[in-house]
Design a protein around this ligand. Structure first.
Ligand code: ZN
Length: 297
């Protein structure tokens, strides 16, 4: 719906941020042109000479390979688009492109919760579940840009509903904001237990965590279930990546300790480690909505 833009100083400091609407008409053909024009308009407004611009970084909601080529971005209507090359031609600046969840992880790794870590796994719990893996300061993009798709880790063989990706039983179906609500509604339908959630029309994941905080026993069970499923998935990721820390971002991470404490217990229980110190701490993100533009920059 919107393209978040940021002007950064050479040291990575955010000077100004703004947004422009995403024009998805005509299969998103105008998007890169709109971005280039917005960049040049901002330089004019700030009287910044083009010679002082080092380049443009961009995060895109789809798989991006190391050459900056996007391989299908459904939300924008794009097929295979050489984003870095096209935006370089349009803007006249060097361009680096990455996946949006990956650049958000970069943002947290650079100046957020992972600032002092070399290797960070960031998991974003929003409408879906996104993730980015930073190893030794570099994003793990994978062979064709699809590394770190942790939202589609398979966690349930018995799921009947399909995930957005077409598979059944992906992590995203239980641990995203929408997944938590879906699971709570299912558990409510299967139980006659009293819960304050029954009095709320179309409750949100925040309502579930708030109810649990206020002592609602049923909501506590939902939170427990979410943390069991998510914790097991994080433990699997940790067994493969062995990160220094795990950062949880996105709207659901506002639950803070009520999410990270049970997750930490679960991850401790299910992660291989040579010693107790080797289990990565689970922290909440610090850059908020700015993680993406910071990481892209
Ligand atoms: Zn999926």
């Amino acid at each position: 719906t919107t393209i978040k833009m940021g002007l950064f100083g050479a040291g990575g400091e955010l000077v100004e941020k703004w947004e422009i609407p995403t024009d998805t008409t005509n299969d998103g053909a105008n998007i890169l042109k709109d971005i280039s024009e917005a960049v040049h308009a901002k330089l004019d407004e700030k009287a910044i000479d083009a010679s002082r611009v080092e380049g443009i970084g961009i995060g895109i909601p789809g798989p991006v390979n190391s050459q900056g080529v996007v391989n299908h971005c459904v939300n924008l209507g794009w097929g295979v688009v050489p984003v870095a090359r096209d935006l370089e031609k349009l803007s006249g600046f060097p361009v680096m492109a990455g996946n949006d969840a990956n650049v958000a992880a970069m943002g947290e790794a650079f100046i957020g919760a992972g600032k002092d870590a070399e290797s960070t796994v960031m998991i974003t719990l929003g409408t879906g579940v996104g993730a980015g893996i930073v190893i030794d300061g570099k994003i793990l993009a994978g062979h064709n840009g699809a590394a770190g798709e942790c939202g589609h880790i398979h966690v349930n063989d018995d799921e009947t509903e399909a995930c957005g990706c077409g598979n059944h039983g992906c992590l995203e179906q239980y641990a995203s904001a929408t997944g938590i609500v879906r699971m709570a509604n299912r558990m409510l339908a299967d139980s006659d237990e009293a819960s304050s959630l029954r009095d709320i029309d179309e409750f949100t994941s925040k309502d579930v965590f708030d109810a649990a905080k206020n002592g609602d026993e049923f909501a506590k069970k939902v939170v427990h279930e979410v943390c069991e499923i998510l914790g097991k998935a994080i433990a699997k990721i940790c067994n493969v990546v062995n990160p220094e820390m795990v950062v949880i971002g996105g709207g659901v991470s506002n639950a803070g300790d009520r999410l990270t404490q049970p997750l930490t217990q679960k991850v401790k229980k299910n992660t291989f480690s040579a010693d107790e110190i080797g289990i990565p701490p689970i922290l909440t993100a610090r850059c908020g909505d700015d993680a993406g533009i910071i990481g892209a920059a």
